[in-house]
Design a protein around this ligand. Sequence first.
Ligand code: HAM
Length: 421
Amino acid sequence: MYQRPSGTNDILPADQPYWRYITSRLHHLAALYGYDEIETPLFEDTEVFTRGVGETTDIVEKEMYTIRERPDESLTLRPEFTAGVMRAYLENGMHVLPSPVRLYSIGAIFRRERPQAGRYRQFHQFNAEALGEQDPAVDLEIMSIAYDLYAGLGFTGLSFQLNSTGCPICRPTYLEILKPYFRQHLDQLGDDDRRRLERNPLRILDSKHPAAQTIIEAAPRIVDYLCAECKDHFARLRRYLEVLGRPYTLNHRLVRGLDYYTKTVFEVWAQGIGAQNAMCGGGRYDGLIEVLGGKPTPGVGFAAGLERTILLMKEQHLPVPALPGPQVFLAYLGESAKQRGIELLGDLRRAGIRVTATFGDRSMKAQMRSADKSAAGYAIILGDVELERGVAVVRNLRDKGQQEIPFAELIAHLQGLLAAA
Ligand code: HAM
């Protein structure tokens, strides 16, 4: 038997209430904040990601699904939304729109990661970006969307992990202090971290290598080396967070896995859920649009992983509303009753009543068993006798009470029952 590819999921009917609930809340939340939806292709020119996300990131180094159909064409399944959304912003001339341009997307993302619980090769993100404004109030807005998303789903004990990653003015100075620091402690770094030392030393701060933890904790902190502009931005953001009463923890090890970040980076953590399983993350990326060929344009955004969110909702027993199932079940006996029933199914659906039947000409007992297993509250029972008398039996599947209703009154009768339920 064939199996789904490693790291992918079938989203079965039993899980659909979570997906429907979360996506409907996301559309609602985006509208509350004035974000417009944008859909970009599932794949882009590989360069959008190599340049956008950064050559030295795990994503670009080893996690992209790249297709080369022709020697001069390389396409990559999107390993994140941001770079593709920036490409669309530039290509469609959206920079002429009033700033900030606020965009959101929901869709599939692909990363060739080592699959494990909460880590997949195809997963889904909600992604929000605000472009064209440098004010830290916009960072706060993006962070608030993330916070409200999880608070609205019922998560408690929410707080931000917050850091600044500086900018091209102050970050190099910091790296020139960080690199020699780690060089002094080479023996405590793992192989991956040693490799990162020259290419992307900031990522060492994020290392899980057990022997490196003490030296990372004691490493120089970027917030002590920020330039005046970054320092001011960070201080104002913190003030705004305090105004809103949103709890945050400064986390000097939070650097995140994408190269485009400048200044603010953040994640939202909930009670009992830590760094291993970040529900969402984001930050500011003031240099990204320029890297992709646009005029310097500041931006800030975040993405939330939907599979992870659902896993955590289940872990925390957070409720979701059921999806609408059938309201009425049609059971028939005999060919004439079947034909009348087929007609009736159409009439009921046109009247907006959700109705189903087993078909297959099964025994009445088998049909009623299916009816009892369905979500329907009522069954319509049709046989030759009823047909002759121009009536149908309407049975309440909960209390088993039943009544004969003339065909002409059937729809109005059912509508009355369903409205009262
Ligand atoms: P990211 O931290 O790489 O950021 O991903 C955001 C979220 O996607 C994570 O917090 C996690 O919930 C989910 N996620 C990531 N990888 C996986 C995976 N393999 N399986 C399941 N879920 C996963 C970004 O993608 C940035 N583009 C966010 C952003 C937008 N920054 C600015 N604007």
